[in-house]
Each structure stands twice: as structure tokens, then as C-alpha cells.
Design a protein around this ligand. Structure first.
Ligand SMILES: [Zn+2]
Length: 129
């Protein structure tokens, strides 16, 4: 039993991802090789690193891509063609899996900014009043 159990994700998480894909994705023949074999779902979340700034330049003035830590990640699930390896990355938020992967960084930032902007005017009004 332990040999066939997926590593990493719990059975419940695995089933949530599978059911989201069954619900939202219409599997078609592979666009690259035409295979109609079922695609393999990777048992885990694939974080796609997002670089938010192009301010770092190389000596020629071109933006440097991929240096340093990712400032954000796009949590995704991967479906892979068993014949040619074509890989589809599906955004976990769009699949309705935000309860599994947590709120997006931008959602967290908006919530924090909303808190700050809500408290600042109150204090300002109080000092003028
Ligand atoms: Zn293929």
C-alpha cells in the first residue's frame, strides 16, 4: 500500500486537484504529437517563479532575468503527455484550489494595503478634529 501511495500530497489534496481538472479541463489530443493517451498529472504543486522587476541590468544594459529569489510564485499543476512530454501548467487559483495553496501574494498585499489605508485617514481626521 505504501508503495503505491502518492508522496507529498495527501490523498484528499490529490483528489481535490483531480476533481478540479475533471470538472474544468477538456482533454484533447496532444497538440504536439497527437497522442490521445491520458496525460500524467504530477503529484505536487509546481511553483512558477515570477520576477517583478527588470531593474537589474547586465553590462550591456539588458535586463537580467532569473537572478535572486522569485518575488512571487504562480502555483500550478502539471499535466504531461506520456508520448512526447508536452507539459501543460494549469494555475491552481483558476482551478479553484486557493484553499490548498493559500491566498495569492497579490491578494495578501491588497488586504494589507486596505488595512493601512483604512487606519491612516481615521488618525488624520482625529488629529484635525
Ligand atoms: Zn504529446
Amino acid at each position: 500500500m505504501a508503495d503505491t501511495e502518492p508522496e507529498g500530497l495527501t490523498d484528499e489534496q490529490w483528489e481535490r486537484i483531480n476533481s478540479a481538472i475533471r470538472e474544468k479541463v477538456k482533454i484533447k489530443p496532444c497538440p504536439l504529437c497527437g497522442s490521445t493517451e491520458e496525460r500524467v498529472l504530477i503529484n505536487g504543486i509546481v511553483p512558477i517563479p515570477v520576477q517583478l522587476s527588470l531593474a537589474v541590468k547586465d553590462p550591456d544594459g539588458a535586463p537580467v532575468i532569473g537572478l535572486g529569489r522569485a518575488e512571487r510564485n504562480l502555483p500550478s499543476v502539471a499535466l504531461i503527455c506520456q508520448t512526447c512530454g508536452d507539459t501543460s501548467l494549469l494555475n491552481a487559483y483558476a482551478l479553484g484550489l486557493s484553499d490548498l495553496v493559500g491566498p495569492s501574494t497579490s491578494a495578501k498585499q491588497k488586504a494589507e494595503e486596505a488595512k493601512k489605508s483604512a487606519s491612516v485617514p481615521t488618525e488624520t481626521q482625529a488629529s484635525h478634529g
